[in-house]
Design a protein around this ligand. Structure first.
Ligand code: PMP
Length: 414
């Protein structure tokens, strides 16, 4: 093998579902095509960025035009300022934004700012949430960590892992317990406002606002990781709708239109801690590169069209209803968690509110179900612990065809 495990990111492996990874040749709209010529309705959407569907003609035209003027300069461009203006106008609590190249960098940077601002070292993260692969955050991480059954990575210094306290999503008691043990040492709580890396799990009413109150009372900051939810569930961030204005917000995926990007945004006095304005060092050769910025800017402009999010909600509801009916018809135990265009069908369990619940799902059954979907031309992430992503290119017919495939796959593997 020339690439470890054959993949450049572990979630792409299909070991957990007993298949070889899908080698993709191309994708267009709601469809993706593998190297063997098979066509699939795609619900992976590059794990979030492809909200318009694949290869949107206006985004690819903007990228092509930009590429003729140069690929990266290592110097500021006017378009970066335009993208920053658009992001700050849409994301509540964002006075300033720093563009980076990945969500992982966004988490590293947000935590560094929080530690500098508070003079404290510890952070709280939630079991099953994923914030990229930096050392301090690979502790009980969701996404590939959960799929592969390796919640803690080798190679993370014990001292660093000890800086991370773990709470349970949707359990305010567990947050209080962390603060009771280490309150004055906690710099920040980092959370996905809608968890999407243990499968989709919505926050219970009041959970996020109570969490923020407890954190702020103890002098800690709140970092909302909106790498998946940002510009997906509404135009901007979703945190305030769910009851909190975070101190720092992480963004990624959609704001880069399918090209590498990440971002940290927040209050001016926190953001101005970043070099060269302040003492917190953070840098990147390709940060804010014109291709990512052009792709992201064009994507956000298109998302501003009327009824964008209503359309995604309608498609999501149609798929959710169809999945529930399919579970009923197959007489199968399972549940569907959905927030807007993000959803997960958990098999073998009737309710999932946190990572411990999600781990009780029947992953063997999921593996058979996944193979049944692939055989019927529907591509979802090869893990029980990921979201399905609906795009604006999906049609009601795509959804109905998917529901049929789900019904047939469930019947085959009850
Ligand atoms: N935060 C969340 C919520 C994510 O889902 C991801 C990636 N799936 C990241 C951070 C890390 O982003 P990246 O893969 O761009 O480093």
């Amino acid at each position: 093998m020339l690439i470890p495990g054959g993949v450049n990111s572990p979630v792409r492996a299909m070991k957990a579902v007993g298949l070889d990874p899908l080698f993709v040749e191309r994708a267009c709209g709601s469809r993706i095509y593998d190297a063997d010529g098979n066509e699939f309705v795609d619900f992976v959407g590059s794990y979030g960025p492809a909200i318009l569907g694949h290869a949107d003609s206006q985004v690819t035209a903007a990228i092509a035009q930009q590429s003729l003027s140069g690929l990266s300069f290592g110097a500021p461009t006017a378009l970066e300022v335009e993208l920053a203006r658009l992001i700050c106008s849409a994301v509540q609590g964002a006075d300033e934004v720093r563009l980076l190249s990945s969500g992982t960098e966004a988490a590293m940077t947000a935590i560094r700012i929080a530690r500098a601002a508070t003079g404290r070292d510890k952070i709280i993260k939630f079991d099953g949430c994923y914030h990229g692969h930096s050392d301090a955050l690979l502790v009980r991480a969701g996404s590939g960590g959960m799929t592969l059954g390796v919640p803690d990575s080798a190679g993370v210094p014990g001292g660093l892992a000890a800086m991370t306290l773990i709470a349970d999503f949707n359990s305010i008691e567990s947050v209080s317990r962390c603060f009771a043990t280490a309150g004055s040492a906690i710099a920040a709580v980092i959370v996905e406002p809608v968890a999407a890396n243990m499968g989709v799990v919505a926050p219970k009413p009041g959970f996020l606002s109570e969490l923020a109150q407890i954190a702020h009372r103890a002098g800690a900051l709140v970092i909302c990781d909106e790498v998946i939810t940002g510009f997906r569930l509404r135009f901007g961030s979703v945190s305030q709708m769910l009851g909190i204005v975070p101190d720092l917000i992480m963004l990624g995926k959609i704001i880069g239109g399918g090209m590498p990007i990440g971002a940290v945004a927040g209050r001016r006095e926190l953001m101005d801690l970043l070099a060269p304005a302040g003492p917190v060092y953070q840098a990147g050769t390709l940060s804010g590169n014109p291709i990512s910025v052009r792709a992201g800017f064009q994507t956000l402009k298109l998302l501003q069209a009327p009824a964008t999010y209503q359309r995604l909600e309608t498609l999501g509801a149609r798929l959710e209803d169809g999945m529930r009916a399919a579970l009923d018809r197959a007489g199968a135990l399972g549940c569907v968690n959905r927030v807007g265009s993000l959803l997960t069908m958990f098999l073998g369990i009737d309710r999932v509110e946190n990572a411990a619940d999600a781990r009780r799902a029947d992953t063997n059954r999921f593996a058979a179900f996944f193979r049944g979907l692939i055989a019927r031309g529907v591509y979802i992430a090869p893990s029980q612990f990921e979201a399905m992503f609906i795009s604006l290119s999906h049609t009601p017919e795509d959804i109905d065809r998917t529901i049929d495939a789900i019904g047939a796959a469930l019947k085959q593997t009850p």
